[in-house]
Design a protein around this ligand. Structure first.
Ligand code: NAP
Length: 487
């Protein structure tokens, strides 16, 4: 079955699309207009069991394949994603509400890059050796695939993050059971067919559709799944860790963020302002790396505030299929209501809405889930708006007077994913980069990614790192081999 044109999203197990064993189905809603896009397999532990059997059968041959064979297949998958860019971008935009232009120019190309990158990286992956001088021994590290691994990804950057996990796992010689979010199932399903076309052997990648607490939970609990790579919310991550820890699975957690976007008076003002629009509202603010807490040096605070409001109110909120749309729909009715609830609960002594703060009406699509891009001025960093991840087109704005206060506020939050700093002072960038508690610091830019770099968060934003060789290390078991020799 061709999943690109189908209104029924199936599981992909052992190289074939198949119905869920229980014959249970979920509805896939288009958040741009509230209509149904079709039905999705609502998988259970029986489907996961079937996928694990397929993966375990495929494992010996795949882990013994040469690096060149794996690299060629992964590279071909990347090529096929590029060749099918348009249909993937349409499916991604329809499932998630994200502007088609974003899916077409950023996210689907990045999914292809993930495969191309790890197709190359695996051929460059090496391990250490240590000569035990004076003891006549040499130690080296063998890095072996883990076996069958589980990859669970969220709805905000669906194929982009799904492939970010799957590509290194496959490159390292593992077989994979992967679960996308039930809210964004279709590009993941389409990937299965592309893997077949690329010659990936049956059973090496299996894609299970359905609900997190059901299908996802079955992945966490399955004894034969040796590792879980999870990206999602911090509360779910805590649950995942609790289930997985007593089973001694390897675990990587990429979780939520509440990232500071710090603007000093000596910055390149126009660049800082323009990029702040993106870092605040890209993908309707539904990116874990969005700079949702904006701190501006007092001397330029009023000007920056006026200019930011002016640019924000010019953003086009519209149907995701329109090329000029800057702000599309929120991913679901539930998430839309959750974000709006923050506006209802604002305490006027803490905060005031400078613009937005309400649903947006898009003519002809009144059943869609649209929210106006919103800026809220807050009085202190302790308020709920600055402490909780809202994950919508909502940023807070606050002045700061000096570096010490700023560092205290930047770090006084349970998250530690990323930070952005706008300044021309090199010494200051180094001081702050060292002191801010987070996994990624962008200086005078935002979300500029080089796939070789380690990616991940501190504190409640995650455990471990993905990206580059870190991901290949995660998906392999290091074994020390010590060889003694005679003089
Ligand atoms: P989520 O609700 O935590 O879900 C993430 C994934 O976990 C989904 O596939 C979900 O399936 C699944 N899941 C839910 N309950 C599960 C369970 N009991 N067992 C196994 N899997 C389960 O997160 P989300 O709302 O999709 O994504 C938004 C969050 O992800 C935000 O907090 C954002 O900051 C974070 N995020 C972090 C990064 C990063 O790199 N640090 C990147 C992107 C997003 P269903 O959706 O089908 O329930």
């Amino acid at each position: 079955m061709n999943q690109a044109n189908s209104t029924t999203t199936l599981n992909f197990i052992n190289g074939q699309y198949c119905d869920p064993i229980s014959d249970g189905w979920l509805e896939n809603i288009n958040p741009a207009d509230g209509t149904s896009l079709g039905k999705i397999a609502n998988s259970t532990e029986q489907d996961v069991e079937r996928a694990v059997i397929a993966a375990a059968n495929a494992q010996p041959q795949w882990s013994e394949s040469t690096l060149e064979q794996r690299s060629r297949i992964l590279s071909k998958i990347g090529d096929l994603i590029e060749e099918n860019l348009e249909s993937l971008a349409i499916a991604e935009s329809e499932d998630s509400g994200k502007p088609i232009s974003r899916a077409r120019t950023i996210e689907i190309p990045r999914a292809a890059s993930n495969f191309h990158f790890f197709a190359n990286a695996i051929t460059q992956f090496s391990s250490e050796s240590h000569e035990s001088v004076g003891q006549n021994a040499i130690n080296f590290t063998l890095r072996q695939p883990l076996g069958v691994v589980g990859c669970i990804s969220p709805w905000n950057l669906p194929l982009y993050l799904f492939t970010w996990k799957i590509a290194p796992a496959l490159a390292a010689g593992n077989c994979v059971i992967a679960k996308p979010s039930e809210l964004t199932p279709r590009t993941a399903a389409m990937l299965g067919g592309l893997c077949n076309l690329a010659g990936l052997p049956a059973g090496v990648l299996n894609i299970i559709q359905g609900e997190g607490p059901r299908a996802g939970q079955a992945l966490l609990e399955h004894e034969k799944i040796k590792a879980i790579s999870f990206t999602g919310g911090t509360a779910t991550g805590e649950h995942v860790a609790r289930v997985v820890a007593p089973k001694f699975k390897k675990l990587s957690l990429e979780l939520g963020g509440k990232n500071p976007n710090i603007i000093f008076a000596d910055c390149n003002y126009e660049r800082a302002l323009e990029t702040t629009i993106h870092s605040s509202f890209a993908n309707q603010g539904q990116i874990c790396l969005c700079g949702s807490r904006i701190f501006v040096e007092s001397s330029i605070y009023e000007k920056f505030k006026t200019d930011l409001i002016a640019r924000t109110t010019q953003l086009t909120v519209s149907h995701p299929a329109n090329e000029e749309t800057a702000i599309g729909a929120m991913v679901s009715g539930d998430h839309y209501r959750k974000v709006l609830s923050y506006f209802d609960e604002i305490d006027p002594t803490d905060a005031s809405i400078l613009c937005g703060g309400k649903p947006a009406t898009v003519e002809g699509y009144e059943q869609g889930f649209y929210i106006e891009p919103t800026i809220i001025e807050v009085q202190n960093n302790q308020c709920r708006l600055n402490q909780e991840e809202i994950f919508g087109p909502v940023v807070t704005l606050m002045p700061f007077d000096n570096e010490e206060d700023l560092i205290t506020m930047a770090n006084d939050v349970k998250y530690g994913l990323s930070a952005t700093i706008w300044t021309k002072d090199l010494d200051r960038t180094m001081r702050l980069s060292k002191k801010i508690e987070c996994g990624v610091v962008w200086i005078n830019t935002w979300l500029m990614r080089d796939l070789r770099t380690p990616f991940g968060g501190m504190k409640n934003s995650g455990v471990g790192r993905e990206g580059g060789l870190e991901a290949l290390r995660f998906f392999t078991e290091p074994k020390n081999i010590c060889i003694a020799f005679e003089d």
